[in-house]
Structures are given as structure tokens and as C-alpha cells.
Design a protein around this ligand. Structure first.
Ligand SMILES: Cc1ncc(COP(=O)(O)O)c(C=O)c1O
Length: 406
């Protein structure tokens, strides 16, 4: 008999290969195996998981991609579609400043200016929102935060900063020429830290008013998101400006794609930006000697309005087509309107944005689509803007005409 043992061995080997491959395929595609993969990912799975399974890489992963909400009451009343980017849903500090704070920290890390857990500390002068975002992201990435802010801002903002473990200095509002002005103070505190041999790490001045990390965060994030969410179908973008990073970054991105888009500044009382846009001059009548009240910008509104030229506003200024002045009274009434009609409980700058967006809708006439921002929640403004006796709780409906009445 011929020796066939080598054929038997080869046949057995091939059968083994076929069975093993069939088994592996069945095993890896079974639902139980898939869920086991999710629970115990290897490094490659883990990196991909953020995208594929909706898992976010830490709190930083919850920044950006905010929803665009149709404000139904204002849309119905004007015949325009008034859409608001829900920036209060950014997941770290709950405002558009999350994007900026992350951008500043990432740029500093890339430049080797920050090392986690080394004692490195981020210093910033802010009316609150940027500080809250920085404080949260610093915690997440192993840094400390030191925030200088005017002492007339709502107390809940500094309370929140303290709970996040930031060091907080509340200082009297002062003009920018004063070295104790909150932004100047933050800058000098950062320098003092770096020079102090008894302190661990270095001080980094975040510099939100001047750094390009600010407008670039909106150029790379907020702008493209608005474009995608509307399929590029929008007529106007309306925003207030504090540093100017939001309006400049969004305008720079959107106007490249949509040259016919109208970009409109919403400006609160006491701010010089309205005149800067309309006439090229930074001036506010409240600036006249002896007429200014205590606030740095003479308004109950927090976060927007300014009386000096900043790099972040200037970089997009030429792209701003128009400006709308909004009074404190209009903002307060709009905030109440949004609660009563839409269940939206927003802060003061968001209310200013909505007044300006609605005013613009009335000017443009029905059929237009206008995008604005809801920056932060009313919860950040309970002790000041929302403490005003005219706001909230009432069953009496205000008419939109009375909201818009200057
Ligand atoms: C609540 C709120 N809304 C709007 C803004 C203005 O944004 P920007 O600084 O990009 O002009 C700020 C700025 O701090 C803010 O705190």
C-alpha cells in the first residue's frame, strides 16, 4: 500500500485552518463578544472609541458640537427662523469660553509652556466665564488656575471658581490704565509667580483679550458648526462681544463661505463697540467725565461690551456689517419672554443677543434665517441680572413690541 500519511496530515491541517477561521469569525461578530470588546478595549479600540461609541475623552471631549436651537416664539412672531447656538451646553464651564480656554491651554502645551502637575498655574483676568472654563480644564489637565475679576460681577461666578479650586481675586473695577485693573493684575501675578523661587512651576497669563487662540477656537469650531448645522443656509449672524473672539472667529469663517452673510454686533449700554462698528471710533457717551456709574461697562449685562480696542475684536471688525444697541430693560424683558414662551432660562448676554436678533428679523422681514448664541445659563446671574424685580415669575405676558421698545 502506498504511504498516504503525508496527505492525511496535510488534509487534517487544512481542515484545522478552516474550522479555526470559521470559529474566530463567528466569535468576534457575536453580540456578546462585541460588548465584551467595549468593556475591555485594547489601546487601539480605546483611541477609536470616542468617535465610534459616543464616549468622550474626559471633560474636554464635551466641548463644542453644541446644538442649534430654533427659538420657536421669536421665529413665529417675526416670520424669520431665529436659531441659537446653545453654547451653555459646552460641558466644562458651560459657556463658549470652554472652547477658548481649551484652545489657550492646548497652544501653551504645544509650545512647552505648561507641564501637568508641575505647579504651573494659569492666570487670567475675566468677568467670570473664561475663568470658570479655565478652572475646570486646568483641574482636568493638572494645572492650577488663578482668576482676577471685577468685584461687581455676580457672586455665584466667584463662588463657582472657588469650588473648582481656583484662587480668586475680586478687585474694584478700574480703567485699563490702572495696574490693579483685573486684566493687568492677572498679567503681573503670572510674572510674579514665574519670578518667585519659592513657588512651584511657572505662571502663564492666558490673555484672552489679545491671544489668537481665542478667535481661532471659534474659527475652527463655532463657525464651521454653524455652517454645517444650517447647511450653509443662513442670512445673518448676531453676537455681542466682550473680547470679540466669538464674533471675529465666526465672521472670519462664515464670510469666507458666505460673502453675502450679514454679521451684526449686539451691544449693551456703556460699551464703545457700537460706535467702533458704525463710525470706526471707540467712544461711548457714558465715558464723558463724571457720567459713568460704578460698573466698568455701564450695564447690568455681564460678559459683553467693552471700551477699549482688543486684538480679538479688531481681527474681524471689518467683517461686521452693522450694530444694534440693546438697553438693560430690553434685555431683562427678553430674558423673561424666553422663560415664559420657550422655557429657556438664559443669562444677560444671551438676552441681549436675542433682542438684537429679533430687531434684525423685524428689519429684514419674514423669510430670513438668523443665527445667534445662548452663551450661559440664568443660574450664573441669579443674584444680579435675574434678581431684578421686573424679571420672572409673572403670569402676565409681555408683548414682543414692549420687549423691543428701547
Ligand atoms: C457670558 C458671556 N457671553 C458672551 C461673552 C463674549 O464673548 P467674546 O469674549 O468672545 O466676545 C462673554 C465673554 O466673557 C461671556 O462671559
Amino acid at each position: 500500500m502506498p504511504d498516504r500519511s503525508q496527505y492525511y496530515t496535510l488534509g487534517a491541517f487544512l481542515l484545522g485552518v478552516v474550522l479555526t477561521s470559521a470559529w474566530t469569525q463567528q466569535w468576534s461578530s457575536s453580540p456578546s463578544r462585541k460588548s465584551r470588546n467595549r468593556q475591555r478595549p485594547n489601546v487601539k479600540d480605546h483611541e477609536g472609541s470616542a468617535e465610534h461609541d459616543g464616549i468622550k475623552e474626559g471633560i474636554e471631549g464635551c466641548i463644542g458640537n453644541t446644538p442649534l436651537i430654533k427659538i420657536k416664539s421669536l421665529s413665529e412672531a417675526t416670520g424669520c427662523e431665529i436659531l441659537a447656538k446653545a453654547e451653555f451646553l459646552n460641558g466644562a464651564g458651560n459657556s463658549p469660553k470652554d472652547r477658548v480656554a481649551l484652545s489657550i491651554i492646548q497652544m501653551a502645551e504645544a509650545d512647552g509652556l505648561l507641564t501637568p502637575h508641575s505647579g504651573d498655574t494659569v492666570y487670567e483676568g475675566t468677568v467670570g466665564s473664561t475663568g470658570i472654563s479655565l478652572a475646570a480644564i486646568c483641574r482636568a489637565r493638572g494645572y492650577k488656575a488663578h482668576i482676577c475679576m471685577p468685584d461687581d460681577m455676580a457672586i455665584e461666578k466667584s463662588d463657582l471658581l472657588l469650588k473648582l479650586g481656583a484662587e480668586v481675586e475680586r478687585v474694584r473695577p478700574a480703567p485699563i490704565v490702572d495696574q490693579k485693573q483685573f486684566v493687568n493684575l492677572a498679567r503681573s501675578r503670572a510674572l510674579e509667580h514665574t519670578a518667585d523661587p519659592n513657588k512651584r512651576g511657572s505662571g502663564l497669563f492666558a490673555d484672552q483679550f489679545e491671544t489668537e487662540a481665542n478667535w481661532k477656537a471659534h474659527y475652527a469650531g463655532t463657525g464651521p458648526e454653524i455652517y454645517d448645522q444650517t447647511d450653509g443656509n443662513l442670512d445673518a449672524f448676531v453676537s455681542g462681544a466682550g473680547t470679540g473672539g466669538t464674533i471675529s472667529g465666526v465672521a472670519l469663517f462664515l464670510k469666507e463661505k458666505l460673502p453675502g452673510l450679514k454679521v451684526v454686533l449686539a451691544d449693551p449700554p456703556g460699551s464703545g463697540l457700537y460706535n467702533r462698528v458704525k463710525f470706526g471710533v471707540m467712544f461711548n457717551t457714558k465715558e464723558k467725565e463724571g457720567t459713568r456709574r460704578r460698573h466698568q461697562v455701564d450695564t447690568i449685562v455681564e460678559g459683553i461690551g467693552i471700551n477699549r480696542v482688543t486684538q480679538n475684536f479688531e481681527v474681524g471688525r471689518e467683517l461686521i456689517d452693522d450694530a444694534v444697541k440693546v438697553t438693560d430693560d430690553q434685555a431683562i424683558k427678553m430674558a423673561r419672554w424666553l422663560v415664559e414662551h420657550d422655557g429657556i432660562f438664559c443669562g444677560s448676554s444671551s438676552a441681549v443677543n436675542c433682542v438684537a436678533a429679533t430687531t434684525l428679523a423685524k428689519q429684514l422681514g419674514p423669510g430670513h434665517r438668523i443665527v445667534t448664541l445662548l452663551c450661559d445659563s440664568g443660574a450664573r446671574h441669579l443674584s444680579k441680572f435675574w434678581a431684578n424685580k421686573e424679571v420672572g415669575g409673572s403670569e402676565d405676558d409681555v408683548s414682543l413690541e414692549s420687549v423691543l421698545q428701547p
